[in-house]
Design a protein around this ligand. Structure first.
Ligand code: HEC
Ligand code: HEC
Ligand code: HEC
Ligand code: HEC
Ligand code: HEC
Ligand code: HEC
Length: 446
């Protein structure tokens, strides 16, 4: 009898141990995605070009050429100096990469992630861009742990029940008096007898839960530096930067509505009907040809850049990089027209972007505005971009622009009638958004 008891105890200990250890290692394993985001994502994307080129396939390319990609990642300059063919062949923002402090194993994990990367599925396109949860991570692994954990619990309880039956049967056979124990008291008794094991399990469980909570908090910030793949390699650097096209020429609803909006293909064609070639070369020209195709024009004579109208239009399916959850209300007009906040304060150095992306605090706080932009006022923030803490932090720091602001004339007049209130609000001549209700849940949440 004792044997069964000890065997089940042993089995349950082993099962619990395996389960906890696997959950533990899952939580703390440094996966390729995390390593990539920490070390490479500020310049690289798996497929889109940014500061550095898209990296999908690079690992095999170097291997095939017989060159050492590990040495490159750790010290690119040395590979240039040594005249390694794969390095000389890159021809992309030459000299833009510095040595990375990663081990060979970490580089393996990074490229495993990059080569397995798939673009998030885009949906409806056109002016109203699709909201794609590309920055979301899958939680399905946790669901599996939960299911497996529950199954094990059921098995444990079943084994326990059988053991009890057997113990009673045994006791009855030997003519002993049967003491009916409730499951609860038996569990309690077992826990007392195995105090050490229970406290170790409790400690590990606490660690797992804390690790899990941290990973959720980490995910909140993954909206930073998010670069989705786009159907056309549009670059803000060429348009808003080099050619100084005003932001609101393309995002013309930013000052008057909730959405800034993405331009339709017709807006592109205002210029690209005439601009058919890119000075950057064939790659840029091929991208411009995609605009014509979307607007219903077919290239009939590549030598003369001659297009013919076919009428087969199709909207360009831009993928949104910024995605606030549905329960959040955010209005561009309120911030751009009334609050007089610069686009760059929330979107970073857009005029230098070669890919559509979200920014990060580091980029915004270190950004250098030159020329006409030099006198733009930027409120520096610490909280991760696009999180609730970020909105609140700015509402704490930003002054409401009440001077020469039509929006407030009416409110001012009404305030002035109540001298006490006017004094209390305007005492220091400054009003923070917070004092205006910028902290009220209902202002931001539906
Ligand atoms: C500061 C920006 C920056 C960071 C960070 C960065 N890279 Fe790069 N990377 C570049 C640039 C720019 C190039 C283009 C080559 C050049 O001119 O040096 C490049 C080129 C490469 C190439 C060659 C691609 C090819 O097609 O042959 C590989 C591989 C690469 N990087 C891997 C990595 C990995 C892995 C990390 C992270 C551990 C990383 N890089 C971090 C900027 C960066
Ligand atoms: C106070 C911060 C802030 C300012 C200032 C701001 N934006 Fe935005 N912008 C956001 C946020 C937050 C989103 C995401 C909105 C969403 O997902 O609903 C966004 C989204 C966008 C989008 C994606 C399409 C859309 O409408 O959702 C574009 C384009 C854009 N902004 C352009 C601009 C331009 C151009 C300016 C300046 C005229 C500007 N923004 C000023 C915070 C800001
Ligand atoms: C106000 C005029 C204007 C508008 C509107 C405009 N473009 Fe351009 N675009 C230009 C100019 C100028 C160039 C630079 C051509 C050159 O290389 O000489 C250019 C170049 C490009 C290139 C080639 C970039 C490269 O890599 O060399 C692409 C792709 C492009 N535009 C896409 C678009 C798309 C998509 C839209 C609509 C969302 C658009 N453009 C709207 C003026 C415009
Ligand atoms: C020639 C048209 C054009 C001009 C000018 C332009 N944009 Fe854009 N913008 C686009 C297009 C097209 C996209 C979608 C593709 C992409 O994300 O690169 C976009 C995307 C964006 C996004 C990302 C939206 C998202 O969530 O995906 C932001 C933010 C943005 N623009 C801000 C600006 C700011 C700020 C300026 C001025 C400095 C500006 N844009 C000037 C055409 C333009
Ligand atoms: C860079 C600074 C900044 C950031 C970041 C910012 N805001 Fe604001 N917000 C302001 C300012 C300034 C005002 C005041 C505008 C005015 O005068 O009404 C404002 C006003 C508002 C209002 C109207 C408040 C009222 O009482 O009428 C709402 C709602 C709002 N913001 C939502 C958001 C949300 C949601 C986010 C984050 C996604 C956000 N804001 C991020 C600066 C910011
Ligand atoms: C200035 C705007 C603003 C105010 C005020 C605000 N929130 Fe939020 N809240 C946000 C934004 C933006 C997010 C989305 C953050 C993200 O996606 O990471 C958010 C997310 C949340 C979430 C998390 C939901 C999720 O998607 O994970 C909760 C819960 C929440 N808010 C509750 C509140 C409560 C309660 C208050 C009042 C005390 C409040 N919020 C006030 C902007 C605001």
């Amino acid at each position: 009898m004792k044997n069964i008891y000890y065997n089940t105890l042993k089995i349950s200990k082993i099962i619990a141990f395996v389960f906890v250890v696997s959950a533990f290692s899952y939580t703390f394993a440094q996966d390729g995605e995390t390593l990539f985001n920490q070390n490479c994502a500020s310049c690289h994307h798996p497929v889109s070009n940014g500061t550095g080129p898209g990296l999908k396939g690079a690992f095999d390319k170097w291997k095939k050429a017989g060159d050492d990609i590990y040495a490159w990642v750790k010290n690119p300059q040395a590979q240039y100096d040594a005249g390694v063919p794969s390095a000389l062949a890159i021809q992309y923002n030459v000299g833009g990469m510095n040595g990375q402090a990663v081990s060979n194993e970490e580089i393996d994990a990074i490229f495993e992630y990059i080569d397995a990367w798939m673009p998030p599925t885009p949906s409806v396109g056109g002016a109203d861009v699709a909201a794609v949860g590309g920055a979301e991570k899958s939680n399905s692994n946790w669901l599996w742990f939960l299911i497996v954990g529950l199954l094990m619990l059921v098995v444990l309880v079943a084994i326990w029940g059988t053991r009890r039956r057997l113990a009673y049967a045994n006791a009855e056979k030997e003519g002993e008096e049967v003491k009916e124990e409730t499951l609860e008291s038996e569990v309690k008794g077992w826990m007392w007898r195995n105090l050490k094991l229970v406290s170790i399990l409790g400690f590990i469980l606490t660690c797992v839960v804390v690790g899990w909570l941290c990973s959720i908090l980490y995910q909140v910030g993954v909206y930073e530096n998010y670069i989705p793949e786009q159907p056309i390699a549009f670059t803000h650097k060429v348009h808003a930067g080099d050619n100084e096209i005003d932001c609101q020429y393309c995002h013309n609803s930013a000052s008057k509505s909730k959405h800034a909006g993405i331009p339709t293909v017709n807006v592109c064609m205002n210029c690209h009907k005439a601009i058919k070639k890119a000075s950057s070369g064939d790659r840029g020209t091929a991208e411009i040809a995609k605009i014509h195709k979307a607007a219903g024009y077919e290239l009939v004579d590549p030598d003369k850049d001659k297009y013919e109208y076919t009428g087969k239009t199709e909207p360009i399916k831009w993928v949104k990089a910024h995605n606030l959850p549905d329960h959040v209300y955010f209005s561009h007009a309120q911030h751009v027209s009334v609050g007089k906040i610069e686009c760059e304060n929330c979107h970073g150095p857009v005029k230098t972007y070669t890919v559509g992306r979200t920014s990060s605090n580091e980029m915004i706080n270190e950004m250098e505005l030159t020329g006409d932009d030099a006198d733009k006022k930027i409120i520096k923030l610490e909280r991760d971009l696009l999180t609730m803490g970020w909105c609140i932090e700015c509402h704490n720091k930003a002054d409401v622009q009440t001077k020469d602001n039509g929006y407030y004339d009416d409110i001012h007049e009404r305030l002035k009638k109540d001298k006490e209130l006017y004094k209390s609000v305007m005492e220091d001549g400054k009003v923070k958004v917070k004092e205006f209700g910028g902290w009220e849940c209902a202002k931001c949440h539906y």
